[in-house]
Design a protein around this ligand. Structure first.
Ligand SMILES: *[C@@H]1O[C@H](CO)[C@@H](O)[C@H](O)[C@H]1NC(C)=O
Ligand SMILES: *[C@@H]1O[C@H](CO)[C@@H](O)[C@H](O)[C@H]1NC(C)=O
Length: 454
């Protein structure tokens, strides 16, 4: 009797709890367009069939719970983008899942890692004021400890301040923006003039110069990363949006040889000592392992080595000889900058065809690796059928008199086949890299971060 009662009670409690948890994330429909206006919303646009959406679902509930329990004004919702496709396209949703924070008539895309902490941090940052005040020395020091890169406006009302506010409300998707009076900053700092926009990073500070640095927003975009970073596939994708070339020491952290340590140190020194020369065009860092780079360039880089990537046109540069000194590294970077270095790769039509073949090959190889039998069935059978068909077509054609054309055709065909064979052989030599880094099912989205919606 007591047991039944207990289980009844726990059942009721559970039901209550689960309904309470569900309410942390609201299911949105067509009416959302009208009901959303007075609130800040964090919305997951999903489809029932996408795998990454399913993976996000439990995280999304945690996000809802966390934002609610921390007293955030942000309301968390999710919308089935297939059921309400009109709404979804109005918000510019293309890939799934798409995470957006909607604040008044601004929509901010979230492109970071899909973890609870990262998403909650994003929501709190973007939902709050675009520019946050640092009222005291203590507060300033506290923020200096928390942030690797800190943008601060110093001074009173000015047109620079208006610009800063505009830039902040757009680029708050990437980083925090602060304002402070001069008294709050360290006494050792000497600012040539006020008002000023300053970035604190890499143990130093740098002041925005309207005449040398171009627009404030492009300067912020270029300064929002530390001078030297540990780079992974995701960081590389983020760095791409700064328009900078990325100079990377490719090393193996599990096998830290003397040579790889030296390369890392060299790049680090160039980042710091040649900041004035290279900072506006280059981002520096190192990457652990060459798998990611290999799949990017569809080749193989040695470990350790240095590579420079142009993420905007997918070109890359390799030093003519292994880099051993600072001078060699500076030479190499300068030659990329003045256009005299040999560029490889690119996003031309041939490279794109190569990419399709490369991706197909990786997929096929990963199927074969995980299940050879399935691989044979999936790819062996159609190939067999296709070759039989080809054979049929060729022999049929040689029957009807036009021998010359036919010979040409057959020659063309063999060439292609030879090329394919070469590709396949190279594929066998290479390890087919996993495509796991690329989380989004459709990364085609090249929208500006902030989009006006109505
Ligand atoms: C990198 O790519 C962009 C876009 O195509 C191009 O304008 C730029 O000149 C390239 N940079 C170098 C150093 O090749
Ligand atoms: C480009 O830079 C390299 C390295 O500093 C230098 O050797 C080369 O002469 C330069 N080329 C041009 C065309 O300026």
């Amino acid at each position: 009797m007591a047991e039944v009662k207990a289980s009844l009670i726990s059942g009721v409690v559970l039901a209550f709890l689960s309904s309470a948890v569900l309410a942390f994330v609201e299911d949105l429909d067509d009416t959302f367009k009208d009901t959303r206006v007075n609130d800040i919303w964090l919305v997951d646009f999903y489809t029932p069939w996408c795998g990454y959406c399913k993976k996000l679902e439990p995280v999304w509930y945690e996000v809802g719970v966390e934002l609610r329990s921390s007293g955030s004004p942000v309301r968390v919702g999710k919308m089935d983008a297939t059921a309400y496709s009109g709404m979804a396209s109005e918000f510019g949703v293309r890939g799934y899942p798409t995470i957006k924070l909607l604040k008044g008539d601004l929509a901010y895309n979230y492109k970071g890692p899909r973890t609870k902490d990262d998403i909650v941090e994003f929501a709190n940052r973007v939902a709050g004021p675009a520019v946050r005040a640092l009222p005291s020395k203590q507060m300033f020091e506290h923020m200096m400890k928390r942030h690797d890169v800190l943008f601060v406006y110093v001074g009173g009302e000015s047109t620079l301040k208006e610009k800063y506010n505009d830039v902040a409300s757009e680029l708050i998707v990437y980083t925090y923006f602060f304002s402070a009076s001069e008294e709050v900053l360290p006494e050792s700092m000497s600012l040539p003039e006020l008002p000023a926009v300053i970035v604190f990073k890499d143990g130093a500070y740098f002041t925005y110069d309207e005449y040398e640095d171009g627009s404030l927003s492009s300067w912020v975009n270029k300064e929002r990363f530390q001078g030297y970073l540990q780079i992974d596939g995701f960081t590389l994708y983020e760095l791409g949006e700064t328009g900078k070339l990325v100079a990377i020491a490719v090393v193996d952290e599990k096998d830290p040889t003397e040579e790889s340590g030296r390369l890392k140190a060299l790049i680090q020194r160039v980042a710091k000592e040649y900041r004035e020369h290279f900072n506006s065009d280059f981002q520096f860092g190192h990457m652990d392992g060459n798998d990611y780079i290999n799949s990017l360039i569809m080749g193989e880089v040695t470990v350790p080595s240095v590579i420079i990537l142009n993420t905007s046109n997918e070109q890359y540069f390799l030093p003519g000889e292994p880099i051993e000194t600072m001078e060699q590294l500076v030479q190499f970077i300068s030659s990329v900058l003045n256009g005299s270095a040999q560029a490889y790769g690119g996003d031309g039509i041939i490279q794109r065809i190569k990419r399709v073949a490369f991706d197909a090959r990786s997929t096929i190889m990963s199927v074969f690796r995980s299940s050879p039998l399935l691989g044979c069935f999936l790819f062996g059978l159609p190939l067999g059928v296709i070759s039989l068909m080809c054979y049929g077509i060729c022999t049929a054609e040689s029957d009807d008199g036009s021998d010359d054309i036919d010979a040409l055709k057959r020659e063309g065909l063999t060439d292609e086949e030879e090329e394919e064979e070469e590709e396949r052989q190279r594929a066998a030599e290479l390890e087919g890299p996993d495509d796991g880094e690329n989380e989004e099912e459709d990364v085609g989205e090249k929208d500006p971060e902030v989009k006006k919606t109505d």
